[in-house]
Design a binder for this molecule. Structure first.
Ligand SMILES: Cc1ncc(COP(=O)(O)O)c(C=O)c1O
Length: 400
């Protein structure tokens, strides 16, 4: 191993983030309410008593999200996992059916499938976008599926393949326009997990479209580590009025609209975002353009700082995309597996010793205990990249 490489990398990171200490470490990504209206809006909730799952901030936040993304409808719920589970339910996913997902994602993408009793089916990613590879998707569908009454079934398990979930990793849009075409040829609904991708767009023909609007439903997350945060929260985005109406209904205990009667026409969930969280969301979305500019700048700084290190490359905006640059990443090129792990672990260890919280990418979902038996195609790219990615501190506070 190039003994000095981990040290050199950590020095470069520290030059950008500044020094971390036990009292004030450099987080991977922290909430940023600097110069925002958050305190005023929260006080308004407290003094008015509107703190729970209805109120003017919920309506305002939904309107602002729709305006930013140009979605016809935004429905805010309590977190990104819940939004994904609702999206799958709304597209008719049922127990013992399969949903195609990439193995390189946060566990929530798979768990949302499991929460409906369905089973994730892993299809490989491509190395440019880190999203599902359209080529791998076609190959997998051709090798494992059989058509019955116009529906696609996995011939190895006899289970229906009832949805495809694209995931936009680190804010970089996957090739979702291609994925949508494949989904439509096979007549399988496409939904998008855009938890990390608020403010990320992909060009299609001559226009630019926000992630989440290529498939039938897109979901986001406003967890504390995302580009904007509501503490916890996440919307569904859709252009379909019927889906939007059903999403509101199912996430509000499926209660029929009436001033005083309590009648519920199916088993719904209590999933709506509280007004108090939505108030935080409005204060954050007011600052989204500023945050996107800082993110872009931070990515340029990291890219420049690492450009002369030939042992790695920085993950950048894919072609035909406008990324929100949520997390910056370096990708190690080392080919020897044990040297690679040694370098990776040393970088993590050294940076954590300096209270700079770099992070490896998630262990592949296909290797996580609950999903060891899930069906999967050839996962060469996912396995190749898994130990090569290191995420770097990317909070807007580093640069603001
Ligand atoms: C890719 C991805 N999907 C889903 C989620 C789930 O969102 P939440 O934490 O809001 O439930 C997250 C992040 O938290 C994520 O990064």
């Amino acid at each position: 191993m190039t003994n000095h490489l981990p040290l050199k990398i950590v020095d470069i990171i520290e030059n950008i983030t500044g020094k971390g200490t036990a009292e004030k470490p450099i987080p991977l990504h922290e909430p940023d309410f600097t110069n925002s209206n958050a305190t005023n809006y929260l006080n308004n909730c407290i003094t008015s008593g509107w703190v729970s799952t209805a109120g003017e901030w919920v309506n305002k936040f939904e309107k602002e999200l729709a305006k930013l993304t140009k979605a016809k409808h935004a429905i805010v719920v309590s977190n990104g996992t819940v939004a994904l589970r609702l999206a799958l339910k709304l597209k008719g996913v049922k127990a013992n059916e399969e949903v195609i997902i990439p193995p390189l994602s946060f566990i929530a993408s798979a768990n949302a499938v499991s929460h409906l009793g369905a089973i994730p089916h892993f299809v490989d990613i491509e190395l440019d976008t880190l999203g599902i590879s359209p080529e791998a998707l076609i190959k997998r569908l051709e090798e494992c599926s059989v058509l019955k009454d116009g529906k696609v079934f996995n011939k190895n398990t006899n289970r229906k393949i009832s949805a495809i979930m694209a995931v936009h990793i680190f804010g970089h849009p996957s090739r979702v326009d291609e994925l949508r075409k494949i989904a439509s040829v096979w007549n399988i609904p496409l939904i998008e997990d855009c938890a990390e991708a608020l403010g990320s767009y992909r060009y299609e023909e001559n226009s630019i479209k926000h992630c989440g609007l290529f498939g039938e439903i897109g979901t986001l997350s406003f967890n504390g580590n995302k580009i904007i945060t509501t503490g916890g929260g996440g919307p569904l985005l859709t252009n379909n009025a019927d889906i939007a109406k059903k999403a509101r209904h199912l996430s509000t205990t499926a209660k029929k609209n009436h001033k005083w009667e309590f009648e519920h026409d199916e088993i719904g969930w209590n999933d709506r975002l509280p007004n108090i969280n939505a108030a935080l969301g409005v204060s954050q979305i007011e600052q989204i353009q500023k945050k996107l500019k800082i993110k872009y700048r931070l990515n340029q700084i990291y890219t420049k700082a690492f450009e002369n290190l030939e042992e790695l490359y920085t993950l950048n905006q894919p072609e035909f995309c406008k990324s929100n640059f949520w997390l910056n990443n370096i990708i190690l090129k080392e080919r020897n597996d044990s040297t690679l792990k040694e370098i990776r672990n040393k970088i993590l260890e050294l940076s954590h010793q300096k209270f700079i919280y770099t992070r490896p990418v998630w262990k592949l979902l296909s290797k996580q205990k609950p999903y060891l038996k899930s069906p999967k195609g050839d996962l060469t790219n996912s396995e190749f990249i898994e130990f090569r990615i290191i995420s770097l501190p990317s909070s807007t506070k580093i640069y603001s």
